[in-house]
Ligand binder design. Structure first.
Ligand code: URA
Length: 338
């Protein structure tokens, strides 16, 4: 092995160790990146594994043998979903690297494209209702006690877990709690939330028949401005995302709805096309159809009927895809000219 390769490997291991020390149990990497690490003959496309998400609660190191469904061990890579896989942060022994090398090299390259090879864990098998309720209660307790973002843990009134049916067919993901949600402990209770509730009613649904949560569970702080709101920062999103991933693992909705750019970026990754281009077009999140649409706060700022109609069209698609009936009356909403 060349010394440049060994240096790169050392730097990668050091980087993974740092992530592990910070609580990361898993890092998703692109297939090409993984190949570049395990195969010195290939020119690396990216010197370090691209960290997209991390899951602190997962085991590390020896857990390479773990049969957890949210982690694809090398032996199962070939039969795993072609779009993605996850490697543990502690692939450091030569034997482990060699196992990964063999498994990754054996993957059919034609089934990967740079776009679809973004790594994400496959969904675990769904839990039966009782076990699901227990797992959600456990997850809720973990999330409510979270202090991974110490600045937010200090400034918040509540950790906003989410609300609704844990067997829901549709799971809505917003950005982060605002002032109202921070005080109430429930997502979407402010003005944007009132609009979301109206949209749900028009869909023939209620807040208790879907599941509603956010990419970030604590109100992003605005020091010196107790009523201000701000977009969550990328570090806050990546720190909080594992919680949402676990919520999705448990609820396993038929459809995910990403409300606004932050939710889209959080779920699909940075560098995603803008929300205006993406909305209305089905995406895929770990095998679940995901519909990006405008955030209700956008509709409050932009009252044009044409924008409301766009969101409504997205909702009609969502209803269809989730298996709900759609009436002629519903299909006709907002069809008058602006
Ligand atoms: N906006 C969001 O994205 N989430 C909330 O919970 C409230 C407002």
């Amino acid at each position: 092995m060349s010394s440049a390769y060994l240096q790169l490997l050392d730097a990668t291991i050091a980087h993974l160790e740092t992530l592990k020390d910070r609580g990361a149990g898993w890092v998703p990497v692109r297939r090409e990146t993984l190949l570049s690490i395990v195969s010195p003959a290939l020119k690396p496309l990216n010197p370090l594994p691209s960290l997209v998400r991390r899951e602190a609660a997962k085991p590390t190191g020896p857990a390479i043998q773990d049969s957890s469904m949210s982690f694809v061990p090398p032996e199962r890579l070939a039969s795993a979903s072609p779009r993605s896989f996850v490697v543990p942060t502690a692939v450091r022994s030569e034997a482990a690297v060699s196992r990964w090398s063999k498994a990754v090299s054996a993957l059919p390259s034609a089934s990967f494209s740079p776009k679809n090879s973004l790594v994400a864990a496959p969904l675990p098998p769904p839990l039966p209702p009782e076990a699901r309720a227990a797992a959600v209660a456990e997850l809720r307790a973990e999330i409510l006690a979270c202090s991974r973002c110490s600045h937010l843990a200090t400034s918040r009134h509540s950790v906003v877990f989410g609300v609704g049916d844990i067997q829901a067919k549709i799971l809505f993901v917003g950005e982060a709690p605002g002032v109202e949600e921070d005080l109430s402990g429930e997502p979407f209770t402010g003005p944007a939330g009132e609009l979301l509730t109206k949209i749900l009613t028009a869909m023939g649904l209620g807040r208790d028949s879907v599941f509603i949560t956010n990419i970030v569970k604590c109100r992003p702080d605005t020091p010196g401005d107790s009523v201000g709101n701000r977009k969550p920062r990328p570090d806050e999103v990546s720190t909080c995302l594992p919680w949402l991933e676990r919520q999705i693992d448990l609820v396993q909705p038929r459809v995910l709805v990403a409300l606004g750019a932050s939710a889209v970026e959080g779920l699909l990754g940075k560098g995603t096309t803008g929300i205006a281009q993406l909305r209305g077009a089905w995406q895929n999140y770990r095998g679940i159809p995901l519909m990006p649409t405008y955030h209700p706060a956008y509709l409050l700022r932009n009252q044009a009927l044409s924008e409301k109609r766009k969101v409504w069209e997205d909702m009609l698609q969502i209803l269809d895809r989730a298996g709900y009936p759609v009436s002629t009356k519903q299909r006709g909403f907002f069809l008058t000219k602006d």
